[in-house]
Design a protein. Structure first.
Length: 601
């Protein structure tokens, strides 16, 4: 049995195919939505969801929420005096959803498709996959939330041809994707977003305002009370009141926020009582809505269209229920969003559709997603050399050749980076490793091939190899500290499976059998533009050569310059003739010429 899971910052949902249709699964309280909150009761029993959320005010030290915000970092949270990784806390949520699904279907659930924001980084995706495995799932696929939303819509409209813009504003993240849907095939044209922008930021702004109001009126700074437990508990009460007021203001033009006995001084109780209008709230949070503009523009640009190219807009995420957000989208895209898509449910529904396709419960729908970031490596003089560009269709594999910079060099440091800046140091480091065993040759003559394999989950595997000796080394980027190795994962798994769920959390089923590999693979996407890898590689060198000639063309001997220009012309010709052999040879020549020119300049 396989399920689709929307593991959200504030709320999570699980769905599966039932009688041929994607269906949301009810939790132990009969609800489809489970708060992404984890806590331990006084006796050390695990609470997840509503029960944990309910104890957050009384026991902030034993409760944790919004864990998704720190996925992929090496931060830890303390729960009841014990430290947990973000993966472990997420795993506790996933383990709860697994139990809910098992008692709903009365059978073991071994596999899952889990969604992540399209703009999640490699580390965040890997952490999510680890969390699923720690919870005891075989994680069949990590899919992007906006893509899942489009799948939920597309599943009902399989005969349509449409370009859809998904605007996904949730509790903790903002994503935008442009997706072309052609009779059951879904191709993501572009994605952009912000991993740290969501509903909780609106709550934060309103909370800060409430703290200020209280300070003004009562002359007490609640942010600086000494008693830590009381401070946390007050913060929790204010945050909850702020979120409730925010939600009320989606319906009402004015609301009253009233927290009696918030604080007491010398036995004199003090209450918080503030009235706020929708207009006031909108003006203090306008910058948060406005912050979604650039990502929308970037994705339109990357998809090579303007707003007139969009046939339909889908709103996803609870934050899109805010009138100011709706207005913003309508103004910006000149279009009313579709109303048939449920903003909170569609991601889990789409995940279930993907899960159903994966195991052959549903007919083949083909999904081709894209890489959210540009990835590459560091080369001499702190330069960044891109290997896979953002918005390239995945899965994909791309190769690029490099030459040695010193005479008889036998080792090379491969530093993997993510970003768009020309300078390596301005991009984000994903990890590094040393390739050894390079054939000793004069500088510029030994060739090292670096290959990036992007899998369907958006996780990258990097290989470097000396072309002559074949010596090679590869990593699934996991050098960064936040990655868990196998032993750590195993330890976490035993921790999660040993935690006792509170009796209110429902019955568990015995461990699922290993179902083996009986799934039907979904057709993988072809490279977006149908170019061969040699062609793509050649285009890298052509770009480098053009850049070089513009930047430094005047600082090298004329003869060298003419040679490069000549090779560039021949290589362009070879590409247009589709002559693979020539492309390969000329790429090598150009690489050498550029290396010589670099030294001469
Ligand atoms: N009617 C409403 N008006 C304003 N905000 C709302 C409303 N309903 C829900 N929200 C907000 O939406 C957010 C939750 O949305 P959702 O459940 O889509 O997010 P999530 O899936 O948990 O987060 P993410 O997708 O970013 O990981 C919360 O911040 C909540 O306060
Ligand atoms: Mg969400």
């Amino acid at each position: 049995m396989i399920v689709g899971i929307d593991l959200g910052t504030t709320t999570s949902l699980v769905a599966a195919i039932k009688d041929g249709k994607p269906t949301l699964i009810l939790n132990e309280r009969g609800k489809t939505i489970t708060p992404s909150v984890v806590g331990f009761s006084e006796t050390g029993e695990l609470l997840v969801g509503e029960a944990a959320k309910n104890q957050a005010i009384a026991h902030p030290d034993r409760t944790v929420s919004s864990i998704k915000r720190i996925m992929g970092t090496n931060q830890r949270v303390t729960l009841g005096g014990k430290e947990y990784t973000p993966q472990e806390v997420s795993a506790l949520i996933l383990a709860k959803l697994k139990r809910d699904a098992e008692s709903y279907f009365g059978q073991p659930v071994a596999e899952a498709v889990i969604t992540v924001p399209a703009y999640f980084t490699d580390a965040q995706r890997q952490a999510t996959k680890d969390a699923g495995e720690i919870a005891g799932f075989a994680v069949e696929r990590i899919i992007n939330e906006p893509t899942a939303a489009a799948l939920a819509y597309g599943f009902q409209h399989q005969d349509e041809v449409k370009t859809i813009l998904v605007y996904d504003f949730g509790g903790g993240t903002f994503d935008v994707s442009i997706i072309k849907m052609v009779e059951g095939a879904f191709k993501v044209l572009a994605s952009s977003g912000n991993n740290r922008l969501g509903g909780v930021d609106f709550d934060q702004v309103l909370s800060d305002y409430l703290f200020e109001q209280f300070k003004e009126k009562e002359e007490v700074d609640l942010k600086n009370i000494e008693d830590e437990k009381m401070r946390l508990s007050i913060r929790q009460r204010i945050t909850e009141a702020a979120e409730k007021a925010k939600i009320d203001l989606s319906q009402l033009l004015e609301t009253n926020i009233n927290i009696p006995f918030l604080y007491s001084e010398e036995d004199e109780p003090k209450h918080l009582d503030v009235t706020i209008t929708r207009a006031e709230f909108e003006s203090m949070t306008e910058h948060l809505v406005e912050a979604t503009r650039d990502p929308v523009n970037e994705s339109l640009e990357a998809a090579g269209m303007d707003k007139t190219g969009i046939d339909a807009v889908i709103l996803v995420g609870g934050t899109t229920r805010m009138p100011s957000v709706k207005r913003f989208v309508i103004d910006m895209l000149d279009r009313e969003p579709l109303t048939e898509v449920h903003p909170e449910e569609c991601v889990a529904i789409g995940a279930a559709v993907q899960a159903g396709v994966k195991v052959g419960q549903l007919d083949d729908l083909v999904v081709v997603d894209v890489a959210p970031y540009t990835l590459g490596i560091e080369v001499v003089n702190d330069r960044f050399s891109p290997i896979i560009y953002a918005n390239t269709a995945i899965p994909c594999s791309q190769k690029r050749r490099y030459v040695t910079v010193s005479d008889y060099q036998t080792e090379a440091n491969i530093h993997v980076l993510q970003g768009n800046h020309k300078l390596a140091s301005r991009n984000t480091s994903l990890g590094e490793f040393v390739l050894t065993g390079i054939t000793p040759k004069p500088k510029g003559e030994a060739i090292v091939e670096v290959i990036f394999d992007y899998d369907v989950n958006g996780i990258v595997n990097v290989t470097a190899r000396d072309r002559d000796s074949g010596a090679k080394k590869n990593i699934i980027i996991k050098q960064s500290r936040e990655r868990m190795d196998l032993a750590e994962k195993e330890e976490a798994r035993s921790m999660v499976s040993n935690v006792a769920f509170a009796p209110s959390m429902g019955e568990a089923l015995p461990e699922a059998d290993d179902m083996g590999d009986e799934t039907i693979p979904v057709t993988a996407g072809k490279d977006s533009v149908g170019k061969s890898s040699a062609q793509i590689e050649a285009e890298f060198y052509l770009n480098d050569a053009r850049d070089f000639l513009t930047d430094k063309g005047d600082s090298i001997p004329d003869q060298m310059k003419t040679q490069i220009q000549d090779t560039v012309r021949q290589l362009e010709q070879a590409i247009s003739d589709n002559n693979e052999e020539k492309i390969d040879k000329l790429s090598d020549t150009l690489l050498m010429q550029l290396s010589d020119a670099d030294i001469a300049s």
